[in-house]
Design a protein around this ligand. Sequence first.
Ligand code: 13P
Length: 282
Amino acid sequence: MLVNTKEILDKARKEGYAVPAFNITDMQSIMTVVKVCEEENAPCLIEAAEGTIKAYGTTYLAAIAEVAARKAKVPVALHLDHGKTFEIIIQAIRDGFSSVMIDASQESFDENVRLTRQIVDIAHACGVSVEAELGHVGVGSQAPTQEDMEKYLTKPEDAKRFVELTNVDFLAVAVGTAHGLYTFEPKIDLERLKQISETVDVPLVIHGGSGTPGLEQTPPLGVSKVNVFTDLQIPIRKKVKEIIESEPLERLTAVRIWKTANEAAEPVIRDYLRKLGASGKA
Ligand code: 13P
C-alpha cells in the first residue's frame, strides 16, 4: 500500500537526511525508480507533474503506483507535483495519492494562504498530506536579476507565518535553485535556508534539484525532499536516440526502446539517493 508522504519526510527531517522525489512519467519510469530504491533500501518518493497527469490521468498513475507499492520492499509514496487547479488536486486525493502540492506561489501572500488552507482542510480530512510553495522557484533558462531575487526568494519571517496560518505539512522554498537546465551558475543560499529551518519545523522542499551543486549540504538545514526531473531525462533521451540510430528497424519494439532507455537513468537515481543520505533509510 502507498504510505503517507508525511511519514517518510518527518522521519527524514528528524534523522537529518533528504529523500529525492523523482518525477515519473509512466509505468516504466515508476518501475525503474522503485527498483533502484529497493536496491538502495531507501524510501521511495515518486511524483507526477501536470504534463504527466494530462497525458495519463491521476487514476491510472495512482493504480500503477499502488501496485508498485504493494510489491515493493521499501515504503513508496506518490505525490502530486505543482497542483495548480482545484480539480486536479481533488482528483489526485480521490484517486489515492499520498500527498499533493498546491502551487499558488505566484499569488499574493494572502491568496497563497487562502488557497493552501482550503486544500489542507480537504486533504487532511482524507489522510493526505500537503506541500505548498512560498516565494517562487523560477526556471533555469532565465538567470534571475537582483530584483527577481528580492521578490522571489523565500523570506524566513513569512515562512513562519505561512506555516502557522495554513497548517501545511511541507514547505517548498526558493533559495536559489531553478527548474530545468541552468543557463547560469546556481548557488543555494544556505544562510537563508538555515534561518527558515530555525523558524519553521516542517520538512522543507527544494525544487529544481537537477544540476544544482551543494545539495548534500541542505539536509542538516531542514531540507527533507529534493525534486528531480531533468537529470533523469538527460540519460533517457540520449539512450532513446542511441537505440534508434544503432538498431535495425525490425529489432525495434516499444518495450525494447523504452525499458532500456529508462534504465539508463538508474545511476542518476542511485547517486541522488546516496548523496542526500536516503540510502539505507527505508
Ligand atoms: P528539475 O527538472 O530541475 O530537476 O526540477 C524538478 C522539479 O522541481 C519538479 O517540481
